[in-house]
Write a protein that binds this ligand. Structure first.
Ligand SMILES: Nc1nc2c(c(=O)[nH]1)N[C@H]1C(S)=C(S)[C@@H](COP(=O)(O)OP(=O)(O)OC[C@H]3O[C@@H](n4cnc5c(=O)[nH]c(N)nc54)[C@H](O)[C@@H]3O)O[C@H]1N2
Ligand SMILES: Nc1nc2c(c(=O)[nH]1)N[C@H]1C(S)=C(S)[C@@H](COP(=O)(O)OP(=O)(O)OC[C@H]3O[C@@H](n4cnc5c(=O)[nH]c(N)nc54)[C@H](O)[C@@H]3O)O[C@H]1N2
Ligand code: SF4
Ligand SMILES: [Mo]
Length: 722
């Protein structure tokens, strides 16, 4: 099939991929002969300053891609697909939803959303699930991404925003402690914001692998701590022990701005550095050195030195104790007196393009727009009023992602699923269970622009718009709201998800109103979020259009009688106090025994999964970009040469990686960057290379985040012929 995507005019927008949301300019392509419809270039924007990574540069390649879906597809009994009209496709979805709801109850229809959707799509999807389907069963892939960070931020600060300060604040930092984040591969332009700390000798990276980011910490630039996977909580308790026992804490700050020091002190007592060293493998001297350096830098920051930051990524969060570990990192920042001051702070690095906004507007099973709680009667009443419905109609809380996906098609599980912006057949833990569930469903609908591994299982696939064809807003890792703009006319057969949801709501006789117009939905989102924690009510679409830097919360009172272009919302949170009624942050005592990830049996290795520079997430998009696929065509198992020798594995040899859940086959790459007890696999690949066939679906008891980063596996070298 040939698609022609027509380019309209020069347009400033943002990258479709990660939360850095690098500024991009799209120009009409110079000639009809050009393979791509647009010229894409990096724009001077605060997060990227003109730079883009390889994924961003090549994002235009997907707009006119030959494999792009250009018509709704209906599955045949032989597994192939036939094109169907939009009318027939939408009618069938409405009929199936009605039938399944009548037969099995409203919760038999479930919805799975994503942190890549615009704010408007995320908002309307949550509303659609609750009002048009009447189901409580909606959750989203952000559960696999930001849920531990969100839970930790909420309990410590009373509010969760990835970075509670603009990214550019890092530019003057004298010291940055970066835990479980590999920004050099996952957000390359981020690295320029680490430069000053590095030049000051203050970049400290905590990662069981010597990642590209850890390599920035050459002697003189900082140092790299390389703990056993899943032991960051103990490591952080060790740092807290040094700060408290050597009295390196900010007493004034702790007494005026926090609660809980006494119980924290008691909980940290058993974690002296020598004991922590035996668990984490990080020498006691390195633990002391890190704690003392942080305290010295924090104290200088208060007398004119550069600020000090503690940042976390998925490496510490994607564990069955991810909430506690992230909380332990916040405890360190609080002991040093950093959050809510200009002397530094704590932040988590959001992942997906709209990983921040996507978690605020009602895709989460327990949440309503504006970070409201679905269980709180006053929150329900506010949203019901904006929706023009009786609060009674809004269902209660649903179930989180792993449970939702692992119960598909079972007696208690959903019988029908609608997927928007995710590829859970590849990206969810213990994925063979999810694939089996998808196949058990009565009816699966997937909205995508490519036939992802999940879409390939669907009864109906609906082709949707790509980033450069749609209007909307996104909220980046700083909590800054941005405009995504349409530069191109979409291909004839594709439709916007806002339109799809509006058409389905009509067919399902949904109460309330739905709109296909992004600005109209944004105006309603403003009202629905008003007074909530993530308050967008003062944000003006026209101001965003002019490029104003606006950070939530931005209540309408904040911007009345504003000067256009000057509204800023709240770039820096917590300067006047934390989000608890008493304005105090909470120090939380932590007890690792109760939430520690399982230790590995003798002979087993820890499998860490994560990302490569070239590929994005489940790879649906980047595996289709020739240049990226050529650079990283397959999953490679990173293994230490010593471990390889012990297993009789040569560089480049095919290896079966196994555990009780499944098997992955990948070629070995020998590298001293991984520990002897650890192997690494990226999760961007399909079929026998799907790393999630091995991951453990044990979830964090608070956030429901699965243990993506620490599965037990054994290795079996294979002959090259198979
Ligand atoms: N190229 C690329 N960029 C991306 C994405 C992508 O798929 N590809 N995805 C985007 C999204 S959604 C996200 S969430 C971000 C994620 O961005 P990151 O958090 O930077 O990515 P990961 O590779 O998942 O994990 C980071 C590091 O954690 C380490 N790690 C693993 N286990 C542990 C542990 O127990 N302790 C510690 N301290 N570290 C550990 C890994 O070795 C890895 O180097 O990236 C975003 N950017
Ligand atoms: N083992 C392991 N597993 C992981 C992780 C890990 O570190 N290790 N990380 C987890 C994390 S942090 C994340 S965020 C998830 C991400 O994993 P997924 O949720 O699978 O995310 P993507 O691969 O980005 O899937 C997006 C899909 O939606 C399509 N798409 C893109 N934009 C849109 C849109 O606007 N609308 C619609 N309808 N479709 C769209 C794309 O073509 C693609 O098929 O993976 C998680 N899984
Ligand atoms: S760093 Fe992220 S936002 Fe920037 S170009 Fe790369 S993928 Fe896009
Ligand atoms: Mo993510």
């Amino acid at each position: 099939m040939t698609l022609t995507v027509e380019s309209l005019k020069t347009t400033d927008t943002h990258c479709p991929y990660c939360a850095l949301q690098c500024g991009i300019t799209l120009d009409p392509s110079p000639g009809a002969e050009a393979r791509e419809p647009v010229l894409l270039s990096g724009r001077d924007f605060e997060t990227n300053r003109g730079a883009l990574c390889r994924k961003g540069y090549s994002a235009g390649n997907l707009l006119n891609h030959p494999e792009r879906i250009s018509t709704p597809l209906r599955r045949r009994t032989d597994g192939g697909f036939d094109p169907v009209s939009w009318e027939d496709a939408l009618d069938e979805i409405a009929q199936q939803a009605t039938r399944i709801r009548t037969q099995h109850g409203a919760d038999a229809v479930a919805v799975f959303g994503a942190g890549g959707l615009t704010n408007e799509k995320a908002y309307q999807l949550g509303k659609f699930a609750r009002l048009a389907l009447g189901t409580s069963r909606i959750d989203y892939n952000g559960r696999f991404c930001m849920s531990s960070a969100a839970a930790a931020g909420n309990r410590a600060f009373g509010l969760d925003r990835g970075l509670p300060f603009p990214l550019a604040d890092l530019d003057n930092a004298s010291m940055i402690l970066l835990l479980g984040s590999n920004v050099a591969e996952t957000m390359p332009p981020f690295v320029r914001h680490l430069r000053n700390a590095r030049d000051c000798g203050g970049l400290v990276v905590v990662d069981p692998r010597r990642s590209l980011t850890a390599e920035l910490c050459a002697e003189g630039s900082g140092w790299h701590l390389q703990p056993t996977p899943g032991t960051d909580l103990e490591l952080l308790l060790g740092l807290a022990h040094v700060l408290l026992s050597e009295n390196l804490i900010d007493e004034d700050y702790l007494s005026t701005r926090t609660l809980g020091l006494a119980s924290l002190r008691a909980s940290v007592n058993p974690w002296w550095p020598e004991r922590v060293a035996t668990i984490t493998g990080v020498p006691a001297s390195e633990i002391r050195r890190t704690a003392r350096a942080l305290a010295a830098a924090a104290s200088e920051a208060k007398t004119g030195g550069g600020p000090v930051y503690i940042l976390t990524g998925r490496g510490v969060e994607q564990h069955a104790n991810g909430t506690d570990t992230t909380t332990a990192a916040i405890n360190i920042a609080l002991l040093l007196g950093l959050p809510g001051t200009l002397g530094g702070g704590f932040g988590t690095i959001t992942g997906q393009g709209n990983g921040q906004g996507g978690r605020e507007h009602g895709q989460k099973s327990d949440q309503l727009p504006g970070y409201r709680k679905i269980t709180d009667p006053s929150h329900r009443a506010h949203v019901a009023k904006v929706w023009g419905i009786d609060p009674e109609i809004i269902p209660g809380p649903g179930i989180p992602a792993t449970e939702l996906l692992h119960t598909l098609g079972t007696a208690d599980g959903a019988k029908m699923l609608l997927v928007h912006g995710s590829n859970p057949a590849l990206s969810s833990p213990d994925a063979s269970k999810v694939i089996a569930g998808l196949r058990r469903l009565d009816f699966l609908v997937v909205c995508d622009f490519f036939l992802s591994e999940t879409a390939a299982e669907a009864d109906l696939v609906l082709p949707v718009l790509q980033w450069a064809e749609e209007e909307g807003t996104m909220t980046n890792l700083e909590g800054r709201v941005l405009r995504r703009r349409a530069a191109l006319r979409p291909p004839a057969g594709a439709r916007s998800e806002l339109w799809i949801l509006t058409e389905l709501a009509k067919r399902l006789d949904a109460p309330g109103s739905f709109s296909a117009d992004a600005r109209e939905v944004f105006e309603e989102l403003r009202l629905a979020s008003a007074g909530g924690l993530a308050d967008y009510s003062g944000i003006d679409w026209d101001d965003l259009d002019q490029g104003a830097a606006i950070y939530w919360p931005c209540p309408s009172s904040k911007t009345l009688n504003h000067t256009p272009g000057k509204r800023s919302g709240t770039p820096r949170l917590f300067l006047d106090g934390f989000a608890y009624p008493d304005a105090l942050a909470r120090l939380i005592p932590l007890y690792p025994g109760t939430s520690r990830p399982a230790l590995h049996a003798p002979g087993k290795l820890a499998l860490v999964t994560g990302r490569l520079l070239e590929h994005y997430q489940s790879g649906t998009q980047t595996r289709r970009v020739a240049e990226l696929n050529a650079a990283a065509p397959e999953a490679r198992l990173e293994i230490h040469p010593g471990t390889a020798r012990a297993h009789g594995i040569r560089d480049g040899q095919r290896v079966a990686v196994r555990n009780e859940r499944g098997e992955v086959v990948a070629r070995a790459t020998l590298s001293t960057a991984v520990r002897l007890d650890t192997v690494f696999l990226p999760f961007h690949f399909a079929g026998e290379q799907n790393a999630n066939l091995l991951t453990d679906s044990t979830v964090d008891p608070i956030s429901a985040m699965p243990e993506f980063k620490n599965a037990s596996v054994s290795l079996h070298p294979l002959g090259d012929e198979s």
